[in-house]
Structures are given as C-alpha cells and as structure tokens.
Write a protein that binds this ligand. Structure first.
Ligand SMILES: NC(=O)c1ccc[n+]([C@@H]2O[C@H](COP(=O)([O-])OP(=O)(O)OC[C@H]3O[C@@H](n4cnc5c(N)ncnc54)[C@H](OP(=O)(O)O)[C@@H]3O)[C@@H](O)[C@H]2O)c1
Length: 293
C-alpha cells in the first residue's frame, strides 16, 4: 500500500500559506524557521519580502494575504493599523490570527502616556478579540535578543550601554520561546482565546545582563544609568527626532519603575515547560559569534 504522507500538525495536509508579518525580525524570523521545519508553507510579510508587504501602504496588504489561512501578526508600532489589517484578514477568509502584543498593556500607568507601542497594542488586542478568526494574544516581556539583534546591540559592541533604566530589572524573554509559543498557537488546538504573557524565569538588571555578556565574551561592557531627560537629549544630539527619543525613554521606564521584573507563566502554560534562562541566551549568542568584531 502506498505510504500516506503524515500531515502532522492538524492531521491534514496544509496547502494554504501562513503569513508571518515582521518575518525578518526577532520573533518573526524564528517563527518562519520553525514553521518551515514543520513543513508549513510560509509567506514572509515585510518590506523586503516577495511580494513586499508594507504596513504603511495598504495596496500591498491583499497580495500578502492572498490564500492565507493563518497569520502571525507583528504590529507596526505608533500607528493603529492592526485593526484595519485584521478586518482585511476577516474579509479574505483568514481562519486564525496570533497577535504579538506587549506586557503591561492591561496595567494602568505601565507605559508612558505617549507610548506609540502601547497605543498600538491596546487597540490591536481589542481588534483581535472582536474579530471572526480564531485568535491568540502573546504579551512578551523585553526580548533577550535586544542585546544581540536589537536596540542594545550597538551599545554592547561599543562597551557602554546607556539607558534610563536605573537599577531596575527585567525578566527578559528569549525570542526562541516567543516563537515556540506562536508556532504552537498557529498549529495546535487549545490556544484559541488565550492570552499568553511570556517572560524568562528570572529578572536580570541591566548591569547584570551586560556582566553576563562580558563574562561570556571577554569584552568589557558596562551599564551606565542615565536620567530620562539626559537620555532623550543624547539621542536628539545623535539625530533622533524628539518624539522617537521620548518614545524609547518611555518604553524603558517600566524597567526603572520596577514594573518589568515579575515572572510570567505563558511559556509554561502554552508549552508545558519552563522558559529559557537569560544565561542560556547569552551562551548561545556568544557561541554564534554575535558579539565578535
Ligand atoms: N523588542 C522587544 O523587546 C519587544 C518587547 C515587547 C513587545 N515588542 C513588540 O514587538 C513588535 C516588534 O518589535 P521589534 O522591535 O522586536 O522588531 P522586530 O520584529 O525585530 O523587527 C521589525 C519587523 O517589522 C518589519 N517592518 C518594519 N517596518 C515595516 C513596515 N513599514 N512594513 C512592514 N514590515 C515592517 C521588519 O522587516 P523589514 O525591515 O524587512 O520591513 C521586521 O521584520 C513591536 O510591536 C513591539 O512593540 C517588542
């Protein structure tokens, strides 16, 4: 008898692609890899993908969504585009949406009043909760990969990370864990209507984080806490717009105010295993040569 291919995932062959917006970013690229490993056809949605997808150009949305069954939605901070995009998903027959949001969206006073990301996530969560497709929301802590691929990388390489984070600590989540939760939510049953707040298993101060990186790499990296107004002035002097600089300072302020050190249980709830420790991330990134010149 001919061998029947193992449909895996949902017990059937998947023909319709999954769209991963932000598919070249920290969580999205890992979701793309994990879905491909499972044999799921994936369409990357970013400005550099084919077809190109640009949040700010609605004429690109339909091509990205054509024939798509499920979407991992990494939003565009600072604008309220998740709602119209989710509406378009609904109109074009998308069956499931997994939304990346942010920890603290439900905590009064967490984000600064002008936080662009906060507004995007609050409106985006509301849009997803009221849409027809099945939905899951992921609320991550600060990503560990900010030190290796994101906001903090240049500073780490320069040897000094200056931030208005005071002595605060954050329970950094590994983007690999975010991706694992997202892929579970996209490919398994039992995650619909769930909100997974995900973090690492312990809080790490900025000084502690760069000390671990220093120890793993042999580089000298130090953390220098700066006052929020000085931080904004420094970024403006480097050519940032005042709005973007204030947004960055706002985003960091929950760490300084002690609001980002708690441990969230979303990885355990979604995957039935503990989250990865920051040290594990540092060892992997160092072994991959991330912080070498
Ligand atoms: N980083 C964190 O610690 C953290 C923590 C909590 C929540 N979040 C949330 O996670 C989301 C992603 O943030 P991130 O900083 O981690 O970024 P990221 O996902 O690492 O990178 C951004 C992604 O969006 C794409 N992109 C940028 N501009 C775009 C546009 N105009 N149209 C289409 N795609 C565009 C980029 O690809 P191209 O450049 O190729 O277009 C890239 O794939 C945000 O909503 C943020 O609030 C982040």
């Amino acid at each position: 008898m001919a061998r029947i291919p193992n449909a895996g995932l949902t017990g059937r062959m998947i023909r319709h692609p999954f769209l991963v917006t932000g598919g070249t970013g920290k969580s999205g690229s890992r979701v793309v890899s994990r879905l491909k490993d499972k044999g799921v056809p994936v369409r990357v949605g970013s400005r550099s993908s084919d077809p190109p997808f640009d949040w700010t150009d609605r004429d690109t949305w339909d091509a990205a969504l054509e024939g798509v069954e499920k979407v991992y939605l990494v939003p565009f901070d600072g604008e309220l585009l998740t709602r119209p995009f989710v509406q378009r998903c609904e109109e074009l027959g998308v069956k499931r949406v997994v939304l990346l949001s942010g920890r603290g969206v439900d905590v009064p006073g967490y984000a600064g009043e002008n936080s662009g990301a906060g507004k995007t996530h609050i409106d985006g969560e509301d849009a997803v909760r009221t849409c027809r497709p099945e939905w899951t929301i992921i609320r991550p802590a600060w990503f560990a990969q900010n030190f290796s691929e994101g906001f903090f990388l240049d500073a780490v390489l320069s040897g000094e990370l200056r931030l208005p984070a005071g002595d605060g600590a954050a329970s950094f989540v590994d983007a690999e864990d975010i991706a694992a939760v997202v892929v579970a939510a996209l490919t398994e049953t039992g995650h619909t209507g769930q909100v997974y707040e995900v973090s690492g298993p312990r809080a790490v101060t900025m000084a502690g984080a760069v000390a671990e990186i220093s120890q793993a790499t042999g580089r000298t990296v130090r953390y220098m806490p700066v006052a929020p107004e000085d931080f904004v002035a420094e970024l403006v002097a480097q050519g940032w717009s005042r709005g973007d600089a204030e947004d960055y300072a706002d985003a960091v302020s929950p760490i300084r105010r002690g609001m980002d050190s708690h441990i969230s249980d979303g990885v355990q709830r979604a995957l039935g295993r503990p989250s990865r420790d920051f040290s594990d991330f540092v060892k992997r990134a160092a072994a991959a040569g991330t912080w070498q010149d």
